[in-house]
Design a protein around this ligand. Structure first.
Ligand code: ADP
Ligand code: MG
Length: 679
């Protein structure tokens, strides 16, 4: 449908300048995008209930006849009410609408309608306030529910979609050719689009969803597999495979068995025929940095350069400090390159990288700058890789001639999904924590016990330890800004003798770094922070963490936060504070309190919140899926994966009948900002 993707949404009836903005907000700037804005649920209007049997305070659909033309009453505050009564033959019900002057002309006396809304009033005198309604004769009983936004209701979106569907040309180009659809029992694109928006029954929804989810997975898989096969396969940077004992001797500790295994696996890759392409998955605190450093060391000993990219300046600076301290005695030249490095300094680094004097560069996205060139880049590492897009991952690699790639992630991913997300990588798992770690004690308390918790924190400060106090995001909204400062004020009052640092996402990188550095040197005892400390920060002397409004976080996020403590020899404690009463919420938090295994937490998180949150775009750097569901559509995924492999093996995508599919791949990956995906 290339033409519809170019057709401005304003071409549709009832869509002007203002609505266009709202549609854009929903991700549908064009008519084509609108057709792919799928309902998030359906309302079944076919199951109506006799008025007498409706349950108070619950939503019901009632089929009833309007008894009289709605009457108009003005009340104080400039409000106008429209009231009428309806009957289903057995009993009556009152309807009230507010400020909608069209009601009298829309609801006609003697006509039958379906009304849907929450039933209020009393058992004897039931009522609905502003119910939705449809003429009884209307055939479509299953109504789509769209992700509405302020100023644009689900109904209005539905109307626009209906118009958009009518604009589909007689013959639309289906990105899935006939023979492929036959093989996998898929309906046509036209049928799928018409049906997903306006189905007649559940079977139709199932058929349409299957086809659309299949297509989506297929496009995603093809994109990922092509990224992988697009890489040159020859190993231009062979590294002899001996274990870097020289590096191990530099460490103040013994490597764990898991660390040694991961290093060995990576070294085998780097000595092999094609470049390494490996993921290291290890729970927080499992010691991924040491593995990365060992591999850098090995590469550098063989005359090549290495680059390590981290998602935040805090993390990059921290990696730089620890790696530089470790590698300097071995005469390895390291540099830190982030956005806040001064221009003159940057120039020096660019030069030294280009002529090979700097052997290891650690940095943020700043490493992706055009000006960064390497003399002989042999290894590229991305830390906390889920924070980067697929495109960025490969962008750094393109600065060398097929360097070895290592990505590290602390988000444990349930095994079934790793295949999908990291289908193009080999995986090592660090399943062993360094010795001497004690289990982190976790408590769940209500706000009434905050004072006691603070007293407990004070006791640790008195013993020379440090702590984190986590309060809700300020990135959320304007008013949230106050919450961090207000909270900091509360904290300063509660800990009059402590030195308190404040860290949040709105601060300039340099400021953040200063706050973090002083915490890391032990000059600040308490760090009040939003989740910016979530990723990778390592201060072993910090042993206590209080998380306010714990209910606001997902389990995986809580796990990441909790991973900031328990990193040294001292017993660590995490206290979750929540005022939430909901049964589900408490169940979730209790599960977290009682579990320390990151993989178990990830699986629970996935089950409880669904992949939308767990695997939101930010988590894995993959394009957002519109309809396919990574947890419940595993069978569709399996078939789409098989299909993708087959198409690539046959080189089928080059054929003209797959032009549409190629376009879909490009479109999907373009939206991630990964414009450098080569297709
Ligand atoms: P993560 O996997 O979360 O990135 P880090 O690499 O930051 O973990 O390591 C966490 C802490 O454990 C660091 O302070 C590091 O020095 C320490 N560490 C790593 N490996 C070992 C080990 N084998 N023995 C003892 N301490 C270790
Ligand atoms: Mg780390």
């Amino acid at each position: 449908m290339p033409s519809l993707f170019e057709m401005d949404i304003q071409k549709l009836k009832g869509v002007g300048e203002k609505r266009k903005k709202l549609f854009e907000k929903l991700g549908a700037p064009t008519v084509g995008d609108l057709l792919r804005l799928y309902p998030r649920a359906y309302e079944d209007w076919s199951l109506h209930t006799p008025i007498q049997e409706t349950v108070l305070n619950e939503v019901a659909v009632v089929k009833a006849t309007v008894l009289h033309k709605p009457t108009e009453t003005r009340v104080r505050g400039g409000m106008t009410l429209y009231k009428t009564r309806v009957t289903d033959g057995e009993s009556d019900m009152a309807l009230t609408f507010f400020n909608n002057k069209y009601i009298p002309s829309m609801l006609r006396e003697g006509q039958v309608y379906l009304f849907r809304g929450k039933v209020t009033g009393t058992l004897l005198r039931r009522e609905m306030l502003s119910p939705e309604f449809l003429p009884e004769a209307k055939e479509l009983r299953i109504q789509p529910v769209y992700p509405a936004t302020a100023g644009l209701s689900s109904r209005q979106i539905g109307a626009a979609v209906q118009h958009a569907l009518s604009l589909l040309p007689e013959r639309i180009h289906d990105p899935l050719p006939d023979k492929l659809r036959e093989k996998y029992h898929l309906c046509t694109l036209r049928y799928a689009l018409e049906t997903i928006h306006f189905p007649k029954n559940q079977e139709e929804i199932t058929a349409a969803r299957f086809r659309l989810a299949f297509e989506e997975f297929l496009v995603l898989q093809l994109g990922l597999l092509r990224i992988k096969s697009g890489r040159k396969q020859e190993n231009l940077h062979p590294v002899p495979g001996e274990f870097p004992e020289g590096f191990a001797r530099l460490l103040p500790f013994q490597l764990t068995g898991a660390q040694r295994r991961a290093i060995t696996e990576a070294l085998e890759d780097m000595a092999g025929d094609s470049p390494m392409n490996r993921l290291i998955q290890g729970d927080v605190g499992s010691g991924k940095t040491a593995v990365a450093a060992a591999l850098c060391w090995a590469v550098i000993q063989n005359g090549m350069q290495a680059a390590l990219m981290a998602p935040t300046e805090i993390l990059a600076a921290q990696h730089y400090q620890s790696l530089n301290a470790l590698l300097e005695p071995a005469h390895i030249a390291c540099a830190l390159l982030t956005g806040s490095v001064k221009q003159a300094e940057k120039k020096k680094i660019y030069q030294a990288l280009a002529d090979g004097r700097i052997q290891l560069v650690i940095g943020t996205h700043a490493l992706l700058s055009e000006k960064v060139e390497f003399a002989n880049l042999g290894l590229v590492i991305t830390d906390e890789q889920h924070r980067f897009g697929v495109g960025q991952r490969s962008a750094l690699a393109q600065k060398g001639a097929s360097p070895h790639l290592l990505v590290m992630s602390a988000t444990p991913i349930p095994r079934t999904l790793a295949l999908m997300v990291y289908g193009d990588l080999d995986i090592s798992v660090l399943d062993e924590l360094p010795p001497g770690r004690q289990k982190i004690e976790t408590y769940l308390i209500g706000p009434a016990k905050r004072d006691r918790a603070f007293g407990y924190v004070q006791k640790h400060l008195d013993q020379g330890r440090q702590g984190y106090l986590i309060c809700p995001l300020i990135e959320e909204d304007e008013s949230g800004m106050q919450s961090v400062t207000q909270y900091a004020a509360l904290v300063e009052k509660a800990f009059p003798s402590a030195s308190v640092g404040v860290l949040h996402g709105r601060m300039k990188p340099a400021e953040k770094e200063q706050v973090m550095a002083s915490f890391s040197r032990g000059e600040t005892q308490l760090l009040v922070s939003t989740t910016v400390v979530e990723v990778g920060v390592d201060v072993p002397n910090a042993v206590i963490m209080v998380i306010e409004n714990a209910e606001r976080y997902g389990l995986s996020q809580l796990h990441q936060l909790r991973g900031r403590i328990g990193r040294g020899q001292h017993q660590s404690t995490c206290i979750l504070i929540t005022g939430a009463q909901g049964e589900e919420t408490l169940k979730r938090l209790k599960l977290f309190r009682d579990t320390s295994d990151g993989f178990k937490i990830a699986e629970a998180d996935l089950k409880l919140r669904g992949p939308g949150d767990f695997f939101g775009q930010r988590q894995h750097g993959l394009p957002q899926l519109k309809i396919a569901d990574m947890t419940t559509d595993m069978e569709v995924l399996r078939q789409a994966q098989a299909c993708a492999k087959e198409l690539l093996a046959q080189n089928a995508l080059e054929q003209p009948e797959y032009k549409g599919l190629r376009g879909e791949i490009r479109r999907l990956f373009a939206k991630t900002g990964g414009e450098d995906v080569v297709l």
